[in-house]
Design a binder for this molecule. Structure first.
Ligand code: PMP
Length: 304
């Protein structure tokens, strides 16, 4: 298809790109699912389309109503993009620490941004969104941290795309977790197709999945302060906890040696994929999710 009726049709069907520049053990392949090819630039465009469609079909959100959501940025961009042309007001609650570029893009797409204190973390943004939902008439907060449509989106789209594009020849999935929606939905689909697929979750140091304490980290978009109830920890076949410095080193290498302009959560997932590759049998195919691009973090001098 070369002609599209609207930008919404461009969400999904992102490319899988084989990595060649990193030394891999004989017969091991890594494919990157480049989610920054989505029209809003991230894996969360898929969630935005789904949440807006569900909210409008169920009547929770009516034209003239207000969507309110806590977000680090990419879910906000995805939701704002999905809401364009639908007559909905959009407000995002974003902890101050997250990249300025993402806030600019949310505003460009017509959203209002309310920042919340960095030291209250994502929980502060969730609380603020809940409070606004109660006070604004016609307000609705889908809350990606507690909404099973989050993993369902990835079960219905990302998982099938990976499976179909590789004709089922996938042995390992590697994905970072912020809400855990991408990981849980994609892992669930791949395990349903083949229970032997190994599903590996990635977090930064400063996240709790490996028993760590919540703490500040530079890697953006992944890391958990709490585990949402939709997250299926039984799919954590392995947890990689990656240092910021490794994530940022890998994102620079991905640009220079592969021509892939990826963000820090992708850099973190890439580092985990390379560690996993080192211990994989010949013939193993690894798929790693690259959620967004470096362009929304250039103000943080990530390539210097
Ligand atoms: N990487 C980036 C850059 C993100 O914005 C997000 C979403 N917060 C993720 C990874 C993780 O996605 P999920 O919330 O589905 O775990």
């Amino acid at each position: 298809m070369a002609v599209y009726e609207s930008v919404h049709e461009l969400v999904g069907k992102t490319p899988l790109v084989a990595l060649h520049a990193f030394p891999l053990p004989e017969g091991v392949r890594i494919y990157a699912k480049c989610e920054y090819f989505n029209p809003g630039g991230s894996v969360k465009d898929r969630l935005g389309e789904k949440l807006i469609r569900e909210a409008m079909q169920s009547g929770k959100l009516k034209p003239g109503g207000t969507l309110i959501e806590p977000t680090a940025g990419n879910t906000g961009i995805g939701l704002a993009l999905a809401a364009v042309g639908k007559g909905i007001n959009v407000i995002f609650c974003v902890p101050e620490k997250f990249s300025a570029e993402k806030q600019v893009l949310m505003k460009a797409l017509g959203a209002r941004v309310v920042t919340t204190p960095t030291d209250q973390g994502m929980s502060g943004a969730v609380a603020k969104a809940r409070q606004l939902e109660r006070t604004i008439e016609g307000g609705y907060c889908p809350n990606q941290f507690a909404n099973s449509d989050n993993p369902r989106t990835y079960f219905e789209t990302l998982g099938p795309e990976i499976w179909d594009d590789l004709d089922g020849k996938v042995d390992v999935l590697i994905a970072g977790a912020g809400t855990g929606g991408t990981f849980t939905g994609t892992a669930e689909y791949l395990k349903m197709k083949n229970p032997d697929v190994k599903t590996v979750v990635v977090e930064p140091v400063g996240s709790i999945l490996n028993g760590g304490k919540p703490a500040a980290h530079r890697t953006e978009g992944i890391g958990m302060e709490f585990i949402p109830s939709f997250v299926k920890t039984k799919y954590f076949d392995e947890i990689y906890t990656i240092e910021d410095q490794d994530a940022f080193r890998r994102l620079k290498e991905a640009a220079k040696y592969e021509g892939l302009l990826i963000g820090s959560s992708s850099g973190s997932a890439l580092h985990a994929a390379l560690l996993e590759a080192e211990k994989s049998e010949p013939g193993t195919t690894i798929v790693v999710i690259f959620p967004d691009s470096s362009e929304r973090y250039l103000g943080e001098h990530i390539y210097e």
